[in-house]
Ligand binder design. Structure first.
Ligand SMILES: CCCCCCCCCCCCCCCC(=O)SCCNC(=O)CCNC(=O)[C@H](O)C(C)(C)COP(=O)(O)O
Ligand code: A3P
Length: 302
């Protein structure tokens, strides 16, 4: 665990400050009535809150999966058990787009004294999260990791000769990705089918929490302990945080629905575990514990 001393010494050579402190200069955009009467939560507090928040996702997978076994509601069809439900089609299926849009709205509104520098570091962190998403779900020097896991554990695209024209059946037989298999009308069958939804929804949520937590905590702190100037605070919630909260809420609900209606236990758990990988290295380990990493990747800020 890094101390605040470490953190300060790392940030003294650059502007990667997690939150404003009483010793640092107040943001020029804050009026006198908005100045901080006491220190807002430190980077170390953010780290602890982030680790606690990350537990929401395995808990959701466990609860959803148990519900699907125990409850008659979980075993019967519902709107959310349909793959073509509007939230799946319009949001989750292009989930990285929505996550990126919410993140961009957040960094466009940073009120850090050196917001340009803070934004460029945030974009580097987004680039790393995007790379992880691409490698797992889109492309890994050919088929993505989730499809390689599937074929590596004995899965394959099985054509249906009874109903498919032979040209399509041959295409299905040769398919090495789930997208190509589906396109050729085959059945992606037999291997460990890591849940792309469990991966993407957890990965995107953890990324958004890590990036926006200092600002969310700071807003909450100013709304309770800090200066009670309600109108700028309301403007902050509705102008900045609404999009992030909306996406985080929707991703949580859709993860619950995936847990209730789709996949096996091991497939959901492996999707969740893979989602922890890049996030865990960057946000749970390197940024809090390694001053050099903070120089390279910056620190999520207000
Ligand atoms: C009102 C305010 C609006 C503010 C708008 C701000 C400006 C927005 C500009 C945003 C630019 C974003 C650029 C982002 C680049 C992208 O990420 S585009 C890629 C979009 N694609 C996806 O998100 C696909 C996500 N889906 C998947 O990965 C998979 O479908 C899945 C979820 C893993 C499931 O796999 P299946 O095989 O389908 O089961
Ligand atoms: N919450 C959810 N709502 C609707 N469909 C979901 C879902 N979670 C998973 N699915 C569907 O279940 C299949 C496997 O998902 P995944 O492997 O990404 O977890 C996918 O079907 P399709 O690929 O036919 O769309 C996906 O759309």
């Amino acid at each position: 665990m890094s101390s605040d001393k470490d953190r300060d010494s790392a940030s003294s050579s650059g502007p990667e400050i997690a939150t404003p402190t009483t010793s640092g200069p107040p943001s020029p955009q804050l009026t006198a009535s908005q100045q901080y009467p006491a220190a807002p939560p430190s980077g170390e507090n953010h780290h602890h809150i982030l680790i606690l928040l990350s537990l929401i996702y395995p808990a959701t997978i466990v609860l959803g999966s148990l519900f699907s076994i125990i409850s008659p509601i979980g075993q019967s069809a519902s709107y959310f058990s349909r793959k073509n439900n509007i939230f799946n089609v319009l949001f989750v299926k292009i989930g990285w787009f929505w996550t990126t849009a919410a993140f961009l709205v957040h960094i466009a509104n940073l009120r850090h004294p050196n917001a340009t520098h803070a934004r460029s570091k945030a974009l580097i962190r987004w680039g790393l999260a995007t790379l992880a998403w691409i490698l797992v779900t889109q492309w890994f020097f050919g088929p993505p990791l989730m499809d390689r896991t599937f074929t590596g554990t004995g899965g394959a695209c099985r054509p249906n000769y009874a109903v498919q024209p032979s040209s399509l059946a041959i295409k299905a037989e040769r398919a090495s990705t789930s997208a190509a298999c589906k396109g050729a009308g085959g059945k992606w069958d037999g291997g460990h089918d890591l849940s792309g939804h469990a991966f993407m929804l957890t990965h995107a949520s953890l990324f958004l929490w890590a990036e926006t937590l200092p600002r969310l905590v700071d807003s909450m702190w100013r709304g309770t302990i800090g200066p009670r100037n309600i109108s700028p605070l309301m403007a902050e919630w509705f102008g900045v945080h609404w999009f992030v909260w909306g996406i985080l809420g929707l991703w949580w609900w859709m993860l619950l629905m995936t847990s209730v209606y789709f996949h096996t236990w091991p497939e959901k758990v492996s999707g969740w575990l893979v989602a922890l990988f890049e996030w865990g290295i960057l946000y749970a380990y390197m940024i809090p514990l390694n001053p050099q990493a903070r120089q390279w990747f910056g620190t999520p800020t207000v």
